[in-house]
Design a protein around this ligand. Structure first.
Ligand code: GLU
Length: 316
């Protein structure tokens, strides 16, 4: 299919491992279709492997029905993967909610190396420290002037930063009872002022400054779940992913994730961020744009080619 979404092909490399990482929190839309198509095409052109990983760590928003819909919509587009929840593979399980042991072990490594601090701030505390939540988000967005103002946890004000990782109610680093970082939020202490640079295979050189473009970010929540940043790095590393293809809304997350790779002593993958699909008002698509979901467009008789090509009517 000659869809209008990919750029230059990767080198032939049978060791290439890419991934599709949908979150089952809504129906996939045209933006996902194009990003996932690009991921598929790059893995196929490289002669490599594509992994399907279901990112269902948000218990409140994840639904089994969306998982099934994602598989079905992606298959309808013509996307095929070689490893995944439905296919098995040597890196199973491919569903994040079944991989807590992997995340706990990464958390432990980061903790032992002194990169984390426990944080008692509630969302309300953060909002109070940062001013109105809206302002905090706008500030975080503006600091990201080179790219779309998206992806954001506001910059952490530093309230608990001086905590050294040991708090009385938690067992110490050498305790055997040290498996679960429960009951506390944990953040990664970023190297303030350091420029995190990487070359994106699609969008070119990128640079984000720690402490300015993003602050100490969450790695674990008090409800016992790892953050997206930690789970994503833990899984991409464990699954041997060599190139991450995803939307440009995650560029700043990539800078955070590069810090996690460095802290863990693991070589990061290559990065390929896809331009975002915008609606008729110039806003990025979100799962709430039901009219632009793959499902809805499919029901209107659109073809995969139609959806992946330039002529998708974004005012649908
Ligand atoms: N599950 C994430 C999402 O749907 C994707 C994250 C990624 O590709 O790294 O936004």
């Amino acid at each position: 299919m000659n869809a209008n979404v990919a750029t230059s092909a990767p080198m032939y490399d049978p060791k290439y491992r890419g991934r599709l990482a949908p979150s089952p929190t809504g129906y996939l839309h045209v933006g996902h279709a194009r990003t996932f198509w690009t991921a598929y095409q790059r893995a196929r052109d490289a002669g490599g492997t594509l992994v399907m990983r279901m990112e269902d760590l948000d218990p409140e928003r994840s639904r089994g029905a969306y998982t099934e819909a994602a598989y079905e919509d992606l298959r309808w587009l013509g996307i095929r993967w070689q490893e995944g929840p439905d296919k098995g593979g040597s890196h199973a399980p491919y569903v994040q909610s079944k991989r807590m042991h992997v995340y706990t072990s990464v958390w432990r490594r980061l903790y032992r190396r002194g990169f984390l601090f426990p944080c008692k701030c509630s969302r309300k505390d953060l909002e109070a420290a940062l001013g109105a939540p809206h302002e905090a988000y706008v500030r975080a967005a503006r600091s990201n002037g080179k790219t779309e103002p998206l992806d954001d946890e506001p910059i952490y004000p530093g309230t608990c930063r001086a905590n050294q990782g040991f708090v009385p109610q938690l067992p110490g680093p050498h305790s055997v009872d040290f498996d679960t970082p429960r009951g506390m939020n944990w953040r990664f202490r970023v190297p303030d002022g350091e420029a995190i640079e990487f070359v994106d295979a699609n969008l070119g050189p990128q640079c984000f400054t720690a402490g300015v473009d993003f602050g100490d970010f969450a790695v674990w929540r008090r409800d016992g779940t790892p953050s997206y940043q930690l789970a994503c790095v833990a899984d991409d590393a464990a699954m041997g992913i060599t190139e991450v293809v995803r939307g440009a809304d995650l560029l700043k997350s990539t800078a955070r994730q590069i810090l996690l790779y460095r802290a863990l002593g693991i070589e990061p993958p290559q990065w390929f961020h896809c331009r975002l699909v915008l609606d008729q008002y110039g806003r990025r698509l979100a799962k709430r744009n039901d009219a632009l979901s793959i499902r809805a467009l499919r029901q209107q008789g659109r073809t995969p080619m139609n959806l992946l090509g330039a002529e998708v009517p974004l005012s649908a």
